[in-house]
Design a binder for this molecule. Structure first.
Ligand code: FMN
Length: 339
């Protein structure tokens, strides 16, 4: 079995190691969704720190698809330039970079937006009641994903990740708790997967065939009437042949629910999904120690491991972790004397 510090290839994307920075909202864009110096320094620093694959935070395909007013956006051509500056910096520092394409649906907390969801059910008292999406709105959002993938290509990303997790719009369609439609987008699991299928098809139409597309999923809803890993596996089986190259496994967020989290708490879901679907996975969740990350890869439970908050605390985790387990990886030349 390969180790954490061996390379990983999917389609044309070759990562020098299997450490992933997962998407994490920085809430630092301007109110028109443009990237700025914060993003450029933040992502550039993780590339210098040796992270194999960086996935840029949830980036909204529509302005009403933002979580907050300070999210990154990709609904307009003038947003491409700021994103390109990030990809160029990461590439110049030896990293690979993907963009998470997102739509918040009912979890958009911007008062001035008219928010949408498959059904008119609010997340909790702090959120507006969403408008049930018409067929035309469904088509519009799918088209917004198509255009966003085209812009991501222009911005130079190595991959795109479709955000199907954490209770955002795609997840709202997948979950029986939030999707109570009676048309072809609601009801049984196949119907609830239709929106995701159409989003994937739209993204594939404007993305590059030789570059991978990832899908982020919540494997478990932590609610008795919600879906569970076995159901999610069925969803993945329905969509994987449309061109999903990697599943990025997370959990929760669809409804307010209590989650018992401990180091590695989601690894079991990734293992289950990888074995059942045969698709490569990124696993993680409170992974902090190199031993746990290394064991996850060497035991064949995942193909890549993500470290979120740990990489916020320590952008140089990868360089230090490799040294700790005695693997010699190159450090940036200006830092070599500190190795
Ligand atoms: C500040 C912050 C922002 C986040 N934003 C996103 C996001 O934009 N998209 C996403 O899929 N997950 C997001 N997440 C979840 C992380 O990607 C990750 O799954 C979570 O932090 C658990 O991993 P960890 O225990 O290694 O931090 C966010 C997490 C944090 C802490």
């Amino acid at each position: 079995m390969p180790g954490l510090f061996t390379s990983f290839q999917v389609k044309d994307l070759r990562c020098k190691n299997r450490v992933v920075m997962p998407p994490m909202c920085m809430y630092s864009a301007d109110e028109e969704g443009h990237a700025n110096d914060w993003h450029f320094i933040h992502y550039g620093t993780r590339a210098i720190g040796g992270v194999g694959l960086i996935i840029v935070e949830a980036t909204a395909v529509e302005s009403r698809g933002r979580i907050s007013a300070k999210d990154l956006g990709i609904w307009s051509d003038d947003q491409i330039e700021g994103l390109r500056r990030i990809t160029e910096t990461v590439h110049a520092n030896g990293g690979k970079i993907a963009l998470q394409l997102a739509h918040a649906g009912r979890k958009c907390a911007i008062e001035t937006e008219r928010i949408i969801s498959p059904s008119a059910i609010r997340f909790n008292e702090d959120y507006q009641e969403p408008n049930e999406m018409s067929k035309e709105e469904i088509r519009d959002v799918i088209h917004a994903f198509r255009l966003a993938a085209k812009r991501a290509k222009k911005a130079g990303f190595d991959a795109v990740e479709i955000h199907g997790a954490h209770g955002y719009l795609i997840n709202q369609f997948l979950s029986p708790l939030t999707n109570q439609r009676t048309d072809e987008y609601g009801g049984n699991l196949k119907n609830r997967t239709r929106f995701l299928q159409e989003v994937i098809e739209a993204v594939q139409e404007s993305w590059e065939p030789e570059k991978p597309v990832f899908l982020r999923v919540s494997a478990e809803e932590y609610h008795p009437d919600g879906y569970h890993p076995e159901d999610l596996i069925e969803v993945i089986d329905l969509v994987k042949l449309l061109g999903i190259d990697l599943i990025h496994v997370s959990s929760g967020g669809v409804v307010p629910a209590y989650i018992v989290a401990y180091p590695g708490y989601q690894l079991v879901f990734a293992d289950q999904i990888r074995k059942a679907t045969g698709v490569s996975v990124i696993a993680g969740g409170m992974v902090v120690k190199v031993e746990m990350a290394e064991a996850t890869i060497r035991n064949g439970r995942a193909d890549l491991v993500f470290l979120g908050r740990e990489l916020l605390r320590n952008p140089y985790w990868t360089l230090q972790a490799a040294k700790q387990v005695g693997v010699d990886i190159p450090w940036p030349i200006p830092y070599e004397r500190s190795k």
